[in-house]
Every structure is written in structure tokens, then in C-alpha cells.
Design a protein around this ligand. Structure first.
Ligand code: VAH
Length: 319
């Protein structure tokens, strides 16, 4: 992997993935693309950038022909809550964009990464220590997109020899770029509100466990997977990844270690609560650990410290 083409570069993962790839592979070896211009001062704006709607196959292939990458990281997608509000838009963007990206990878012989999600599991998937290979019958459009995407990546690998690689991300927690439209976003919002307001109203109920991971561990995992020996990858369609299984009261307690007066109350959103309850409580990551050395560094305590420090620094810069 030396020269990388990234879609969805302005998203929660894309923003930090672009920065990390430019740090490792060189600023000019990473072409960031997204459907809108980056904001002035954005990390993404510090290197090559092009406007791209991933449903426009011709534009995608024209940019690839010009930039000549060896790797595609396809990050553009609508997240779970938005996808449930606009299911047909989600299907067209999430699946139309993925097919275009896989076709481009096939035609230009690109190594390929796109994320799946714990959202690829459904209500009848085993909830605790969810296996790498198990029942996948999600009841959300996002989940249907993610299962379809895993199968499509498998197909392009077996049928066309495209070096497709993927992971099932848990909720990802970051202070660099606030997410939008996800179910796990409460676990990001709670930190921002702790710093800004000293209190938080959670739309996910107490006791609702979901897998989560600090963004630094997610970005490191993508790089490690893409640099791994492909001959050793058995579950390349999508590796279970997670660093912790947490629920809102646990996050509250971790924040209270820093701010004892921080409070949380609940105003549960039935749609996002329903999505969260259809997902596993905790997933098994032994395949990722065994096949390519996945090894997250941040637990809830370390993540909370980093989040509060990072948000305070951002808020002070605004002041
Ligand atoms: C979402 N953050 O909430 C995403 C993710 C596992 C959750 O896919 O939709």
C-alpha cells in the first residue's frame, strides 16, 4: 500500500484515516474525496482533495485513472439511524457507491478496504461473545447494506481476485470529528456535553450494552489489516473488532472520575434504542487478534481521559 484513494474523507472515520495515511505514506500519496468541500482549516484540506459523489462511477474512475493509486479505502456511507429514516436513499448510496468502488478496484487492480459494522448482526444473532461466523439477519436497512457489502466483497475476492479486506467496526469514539446519524453516537455526544454542559440526556437507555472503540485503535486496525500478509487472512470479508462493551451508566461513571458533578438523565429514542437492542452486547475478536494481530490500546478509562482532554483543548481553541 503506497498510494491511496479515500472516499467519504470528511466523515467520522475518513477524517482521521486521511490524516494517518498522509502521516505514514506521504501527504501527496493520499487523495481524499467527498461529496462536499472540506471546511477551511480541516485536516483533509491539507493535501490532495477532489469532490466525488460515489454514485457517479464515471467521475470515480476518471479520478482514479488520473491519480493512479494502488489502494482504495471506500468509507462513504449513511449510518444506521439516517439509513432507517431514508432506507431507499441508504440502499442507493451505500450499495451503489460500494459497487462502483469495487468495480473501480477490479478495473484498476486496487487493494480494497471498506468497513462493515456490528450492525451486520441482528436480533437472533448470539448477543454475548458474538462469533466471527454466525447468524446475520439484521432488521435494519443499514444492517442489510452491511451484510450485502460483506457478501459483495467476498464475491469480488473469489470471482475477480480483488484483494478486499474489511472489519466489523463497533461504535467509534473520537473528539476530532463528531459523527452524525449513528446509533452509537451517544457515546461521543456524552463527552462533548460533559465538557460543554456538565450534564447529558441519553437517547439510549441505561443497561444497553454495545461494543465500542476509541478512534485511534480503529485507524491503527485498518492500517495493520491492509499491511497484513493476505495469505494469512481467512475471514477477510469482515473481522469482528471491539475494545470494550459498555452502556451509558458506565460512561457516566468514567466521566465522574474527572467531573464528580456530571449527571446523566434519559429520554430514550425508540428508533435508535430498537436498533441498539438488535445488535450484540459484546463480540468475539479472536480471529482479528489471531490472523493479523489486532490489539486495541484504549479501555474505557484511557479513552475517557483522552476524550475529555481533547474536547477541552478544542473548546479552548474556540474561545
Ligand atoms: C452507527 N456508528 O451507529 C455507526 C456504527 C456500530 C455502529 O456502524 O450507525
Amino acid at each position: 500500500m503506497k498510494r491511496i484513494f479515500i472516499t467519504g474523507a470528511l466523515g467520522q472515520i475518513g477524517t482521521e484515516l486521511v490524516a494517518k495515511c498522509r502521516e505514514i505514506y506521504g501527504n501527496d500519496n493520499v487523495l481524499a474525496t467527498d461529496i462536499r468541500e472540506p471546511e477551511a482549516g480541516s485536516i483533509v484540506a491539507e493535501g490532495p482533495f477532489e469532490i466525488l459523489d460515489v454514485t457517479d462511477a464515471d467521475k470515480m474512475e476518471q479520478l482514479i485513472a488520473d491519480f493512479k493509486p494502488d489502494t482504495m479505502m471506500h468509507m462513504a456511507a449513511l449510518l444506521s439511524a439516517t439509513a432507517e429514516q431514508k432506507p431507499l436513499l441508504a440502499w442507493n448510496l451505500n450499495m451503489g457507491g460500494l459497487v462502483n468502488a469495487l468495480e473501480a478496484a477490479r478495473k484498476y487492480d486496487l487493494q480494497f478496504f471498506t468497513p462493515s459494522s456490528i450492525g451486520a448482526f441482528g436480533p437472533n444473532t448470539p448477543k454475548k461473545n458474538t462469533p466471527q461466523v454466525t447468524i446475520q439477519r439484521p432488521n435494519t436497512m443499514y444492517g442489510v447494506n452491511k451484510v450485502s457489502g460483506e457478501l459483495l466483497c467476498d464475491y469480488y475476492f473469489t470471482k475477480f481476485g480483488v484483494d478486499t479486506r474489511s472489519v466489523r467496526f463497533p461504535g467509534l469514539i473520537s473528539y476530532i470529528k463528531e459523527p452524525g446519524g449513528g446509533t452509537t453516537d451517544y457515546a461521543v455526544d456524552i463527552y462533548f456535553q460533559a465538557v460543554r454542559e456538565g450534564k447529558y440526556t441519553s437517547y439510549i437507555d441505561r443497561g444497553t450494552y454495545m461494543d465500542m472503540m476509541f478512534m485511534d485503535d480503529a485507524i491503527d486496525a485498518i492500517i495493520k489489516l491492509m499491511e497484513a500478509d493476505g495469505g494469512k487472512l481467512i475471514n477477510r470479508n469482515a473481522y469482528n473488532l471491539s475494545a470494550m462493551s459498555i452502556e451509558p451508566e458506565m460512561v457516566k461513571a468514567a466521566i465522574q472520575e474527572h467531573d464528580p458533578n456530571f449527571t446523566v438523565d434519559y429520554d430514550v429514542d425508540p428508533v435508535r434504542q430498537g436498533i441498539a437492542e438488535s445488535w450484540p452486547d459484546s463480540i468475539d475478536t479472536s480471529c482479528a487478534r489471531g490472523e493479523w494481530g489486532f490489539d486495541p490500546k484504549y479501555d474505557l478509562t484511557a479513552m475517557t481521559k483522552r476524550m475529555l482532554e481533547g474536547i477541552r483543548e478544542k473548546e479552548n481553541q474556540k474561545a
